[in-house]
Ligand binder design. Structure first.
Ligand code: ATP
Ligand code: MG
Length: 395
């Protein structure tokens, strides 16, 4: 099914399918439905955020042959919202329907060691690192990678599966704690800031990008994304966009791809050695740092996902409002009840998204708040007021 196919919006029932029922799937479903498509979600959770708003909800695991057959039967094209969907499941689906992104690209993004090798093949610098799969590799680690961060090669997200280590004995203990699964040890880099770039690439090689997002992480989880002209140095922004496009082209990628970058402290030896801009990781799907595009751009990352999988034209997105996005983690929820949404919505230019998750837990992504304004100063002032109302530490 490699031939590019087009599934135009229509008043007939044309269904787009998605693997995974989380918040990214929910916002994909919203975008697809606005364009007139029907949607199908495969997720075992009977109350998954996306499953609850989709026309079809197939409640099976990602590798269940019957579930996959059902998804393929109802959908004309299929995408994924969860990067750890087994690549084999995507490959199975691809025998029946067009799948974007392809299993091979997702498989690379699922493995930190493979994704770093891909970045290097594309000529994009990565953090100095070592792959640790054996005791011999552990013993051979160079001292100059310490202090560093030991990360599981697979299945990490939101800082999970990561341990900061300062010495060789901490490294050995951390690897033992991680059950000696394959890991990557990365040198701890002096970060000036973090940013990300989202591109959408079509089967014909057309590649468009959202503006560069500046991201603030807290405790390994994205907290704030700021997007407006001047959020980062224009020359760096240009390099980050070019690097992301070459990463996508190198994968022959079809779909929405996000690449996260570190901008290094300019005076550091690492910045001199690595050139100042280092790629961290990629996500083969829309990304938390791109949620602002729903309200601040003329085409959102989720509509781009729809367009790429359905073979529709891609137009270069234009941001029309400066914006700031605040993640709403479960930590903000009082023991009983809800944060004061009415007070937040009383602030002009606030766009509240709640993902329909019943139970708030610390670190759990419950929703986000996008703030748009006519000016950067206006967006910042509103965002700080919203932080005050919600109990988010100001940035
Ligand atoms: P997610 O998938 O949610 O983006 P993750 O669990 O895959 O997160 P990373 O992106 O690898 O984790 O790391 C999370 C954060 O930890 C980064 O955004 C950065 O703030 C910090 N971090 C990670 N690696 C390094 C490094 N080598 N040097 C300095 N800081 C780092
Ligand atoms: Mg990350």
């Amino acid at each position: 099914m490699s031939d590019a196919q087009t599934f135009v919006p229509s008043t007939r029932e044309t269904t787009l399918g998605v693997m995974g029922g989380g918040q990214l799937g929910r916002m994909f479903v919203h975008a697809a439905q606005r364009l007139g498509y029907f949607t199908a979600v495969l997720d075992a959770d009977p109350v998954s955020p996306a499953g609850r708003v989709s026309h079809h909800h197939i409640r099976t695991g990602y590798t269940d042959p019957e579930g996959l057959a059902q998804l393929a039967a109802v959908s004309c094209a299929i995408t994924t919202e969860f990067e750890n969907v087994p690549a084999a499941a995507l490959a199975t689906l691809a025998q029946a329907r067009p799948v974007a992104p392809a299993a091979a690209a997702v498989a690379i993004a699922q493995d930190r060691a493979q994704e770093k090798a891909h970045f290097l093949r594309c000529g994009v610098p990565v953090a100095p690192h070592a792959v640790i799969e054996t005791e011999a590799q552990l013993a051979a680690v160079m001292d100059d990678l310490l202090p560093g961060i030991l990360k599981t090669a697979r299945m990490g997200y939101d800082g999970k599966g990561q341990v900061r280590v300062a010495t060789r004995s901490e490294l050995a203990a951390a690897w033992a704690d991680l059950q000696r699964v394959p890991c990557v040890l990365e040198k701890m880099l002096p970060l000036a800031l973090e940013c990300s770039v989202i591109v959408a690439r079509g089967a014909d090689g057309t590649c468009v990008n959202l503006p560069v997002q500046r991201n603030l992480h807290r405790g390994g989880i994205l907290a704030v994304t700021e997007v407006f002209e001047g959020n980062i140095d224009p020359a760096l922004a240009e390099r980050a966009v070019a690097a992301t496009k070459s990463v996508a082209a190198g994968l022959d990628y079809v779909g929405v791809l996000c690449v996260e970058f570190f901008v290094l402290e300019p005076s550091s030896p690492e910045a001199k050695a690595l050139g100042g801009l280092v790629v961290n990781e990629m996500a083969p799907r829309p990304h938390n740092s791109g949620h602002y595009s729903i309200e601040a751009c003329d085409v959102s990352q989720f509509e781009l996902q729809v367009r790429t999988m359905a073979g529709l034209p891609l137009t270069q997105p234009r941001q029309h409002s400066p914006s700031i996005m605040l993640n709403l983690l479960g930590d903000l929820w009082p023991a009983s009840g809800e944060p004061d949404w009415a007070a937040v919505l009383a602030l002009p230019g606030t766009h509240l998204h709640l993902y329909g998750k019943a139970k708030a837990a610390p670190g759990r992504k419950m929703g986000h708040l996008t703030i748009t304004a006519a000016t950067v100063e206006g967006a910042r002032a509103t965002a700080l007021k919203a932080c005050g109302v919600l109990g988010i530490v100001a940035f």
